[in-house]
Design a protein around this ligand. Structure first.
Ligand code: PLP
Length: 391
């Protein structure tokens, strides 16, 4: 039989999250690998979903999404960022941000077109680019003054006549960087000079810490018209299993994404849409409290990891901390991630798997802190043994 998987997908085996989560279960390790919270979202939001199911909202909703959610998304964009989107034609509900990203790339890129992304990057990006038959060009985020950032000259150099899209994720997974206005201005300038479309992944929009402001790229002058802005309920409301996301973009861009989306899934799940519409309107105080709690968890984990001997980078947002493993006497994050369950009973993600140039992320391990305090504390206690063994 012919190799079943098409050539363009062969470089993508099982995702590292599935592998590491399986390892965590098999070894009874604490899983600080995959970024999902171990507590629930706001109670009344959950109640809305239950009531929607009980109330019979169980058939296909309209393709672009329930009007109620599109309206709530538009109001949220206006209220938080001053961005006006028409709920009819400029807002599209998707099956999580993941579908939105894939549909956007498939809609915007001809085979051979190029997509610029910042490495390390969220793993679905490379697969979405490959599915479209497009080509990725990665610009490396490097540590400078304690945070991951890019060199504007490298971004400029990544652009070719075939470049169509720049994919921008801020707050950024897996580094925790929140792009500054200056960095975003640089991206905006490149988009405008080369007539590119920006696809923005803003799923951590409400999870920036220390008073750092999340600035949507679409709010910069001249960018709303060329930006496909993507977000989702999963991270904001601690319901990563709901897979309810949305696209906001000018009508022609939204229509393009919707044309693809309708043949991937046609429409998104109805009951969650009602509940998310409710939460966007009524549960932003819960989100603020959640952000404060997450910031405290970040600090808790950072302190513990520092004591365990890692060199820890302070993330300005997201669920994740990056650590340099070299002070502990290790060189290769992939090797350490494989051995960590046996050495310490903890699972983490080797950052190098998010790079096109893995050697550039070789020394880093990513730990998730979106876990209950007692889970973080137990992980830290176990990881301290690692430092003790080395010393
Ligand atoms: C979690 C995550 C997603 C996926 O969002 P869903 O709504 O679950 O599809 C997309 N991008 C980044 C950067 C993420 O961390």
């Amino acid at each position: 039989m012919r190799e079943p998987l098409v050539r363009r997908m062969r470089e993508f085996g099982t995702t590292v999250f599935a592998t590491m989560t399986k390892l965590a279960v098999e070894t009874g390790s604490i899983n600080l690998g995959q970024g999902f919270p171990d507590t629930d979202g706001p109670e009344r939001m959950l109640q809305h979903a239950i009531e929607a199911v009980r109330g019979g909202l169980n058939q296909y909703p309209p393709g672009p999404g329930l009007p109620e959610l599109r309206q709530a998304v538009a109001e949220h964009r206006k209220q938080w960022y001053g961005l006006a989107y028409d709920p009819d034609g400029e807002v599209l509900v998707t099956v999580g941000a993941t579908e939105a990203i894939s549909a956007a790339i498939l809609a915007l890129c001809e085979p051979g077109d190029e997509v610029v992304l910042f490495e390390p990057y969220y793993d679905s990006y490379a697969a979405a680019v490959a599915l479209a038959g497009a080509v990725r060009r990665s610009v490396t985020l490097r540590v400078d003054a304690g945070r991951f950032t890019f060199d504007p000259a490298e971004l400029e150099a990544a652009i070719t006549p075939r470049t169509r899209v720049i994919l921008v994720n801020s707050p950024h997974n897996p580094t925790g960087t929140v792009f500054t206005r200056e960095e975003l201005e640089c991206v905006a300038r490149v988009c405008q000079e080369h007539d590119l479309i920006a696809v923005t992944d803003e799923v951590y929009e409400h999870l920036a810490f220390d008073g750092v402001e999340h600035i949507p790229l679409a709010t910069l002058p001249g960018m709303r018209e060329r930006t496909v802005m993507i977000s989702s309920a999963g991270k904001t409301f601690s319901v990563t299993g709901w897979k309810t996301g949305w696209v906001c973009a000018p009508a022609p861009l939204t229509a393009a994404v919707q044309t693809v989306k309708q043949f991937l899934t046609f429409t998104a799940n109805a009951p969650w849409q009602v509940a998310v519409a409710y939460a966007l309107r009524e549960e932003m105080e819960w989100v603020a409290a959640q952000r404060a709690a997450l910031q405290a968890k970040r600090d808790r984990l950072m302190t513990g990891l520092t004591e365990a001997g890692f060199d820890v980078l302070r993330p300005a947002g997201t669920y994740f901390v990056q650590t340099d493993i070299r002070p502990l006497g290790f060189e290769d994050g992939l090797e350490l991630a494989r051995r960590l369950p046996e050495l310490a009973g903890v699972v983490a993600i080797p950052t190098q798997v998010f790079y096109d140039h893995p050697e550039r992320g070789r020394h880093y391990l990513r730990f998730a802190f979106c876990k209950r305090d007692e889970v973080i504390d137990e992980a830290v206690t176990r990881l301290r043994r690692l430092g003790a063994d080395v010393a």
